[in-house]
Ligand binder design. Structure first.
Ligand code: SAM
Length: 239
């Protein structure tokens, strides 16, 4: 199987992304720990503490997968809807939530590009390590804006490009050489992890992505780089 996504039609990219996550779902959580040396946990903690979820708030965790962000927000008392295009990822999430006794979460199969939720419904929209997998990113950003109420906030956690000299090359070598091998050993799927690494490399740099968020209608768009921008938290407000 080849995941060279540059040349394929949009529906084909969506289908291939679906197949990647269906295949890695069962090993997704352990792979995150292995690939990031556990660091993804602290990035997710930082993300949720910047968002500051409040008790009773309605929050949509888009591309929520196996629930890592949703659980952190639900533990603060927020009413979280986890939406993801992939039922295999959601199934893992539902099982994990049950083990933690988190019974209030709502799980929905949804494509970020075209949501079933009404206008102005949520207080906040989160998307973590999800937006780069979406085929039509501007459409997903417009939908985020539509489903947020006025005064609502958009928060996105995603890999980006580090601006620390030297670190970028080390990371590139690691991600291209080591990550697919870990994928092969642990998830038995080297190609799926090649796709994931490739999708990170192709994602627009921070200022460009910030412009896309603004173009979707958000105000006061800002970015907080982590590790020089290896990972970035973009946020914006619907006003
Ligand atoms: N947010 C979770 C986390 O941080 O652990 C999961 C991130 S996982 C890397 C990316 C998720 O994006 C997958 O669960 C995948 O199914 C989902 N996804 C990809 N394309 C999507 C789309 N168009 N709409 C909704 N979810 C999508």
């Amino acid at each position: 199987v080849s995941y060279g996504f540059q040349q394929v039609a949009p529906e084909e990219k969506t289908r291939r992304v679906g197949s990647v996550f269906a295949r890695v779902a069962a090993r997704y959580d352990i792979m995150n720990d292995l690939m990031s040396g556990g660091l993804h946990r602290s990035w997710k903690d930082a993300f949720v503490s910047m968002l500051r979820p409040r008790a009773g708030e309605q929050i949509l965790d888009m591309a929520g997968g196996t629930g890592d962000i949703a659980f952190r927000m639900a533990e603060k008392g927020a009413q979280v809807t986890v939406a993801d295009i992939n039922p295999a990822m959601l199934d893992v999430g539902i099982e994990r939530a049950a083990k933690r006794g988190l019974t209030d979460l709502v799980w929905r199969e949804q494509n970020a590009e075209k949501l079933d939720f009404p206008d102005a419904h949520f207080d906040a929209y989160t998307i973590a390590f999800g937006i780069r997998n979406v085929t039509d990113i501007p459409a997903a950003l417009r939908e985020a804006h539509r489903v947020l109420r006025y005064g609502g906030r958009f928060f996105c956690l995603e890999f980006s490009t580090t601006e620390w000299p030297g670190f970028g090359q080390i990371y590139d070598a690691y991600s291209h050489k080591v990550v697919p091998k870990i994928g092969k050993l642990v998830a038995r799927d080297e190609e799926a992890y090649r796709y994931l690494v490739e999708s990170i490399r192709r994602f627009p740099p921070m200022p460009e992505f910030a412009k896309m968020i603004t173009a979707a209608g958000f105000s006061r768009v800002s970015v907080r780089p982590i590790l020089g921008g290896l990972v970035a938290i973009h946020s914006g407000w619907k006003v």
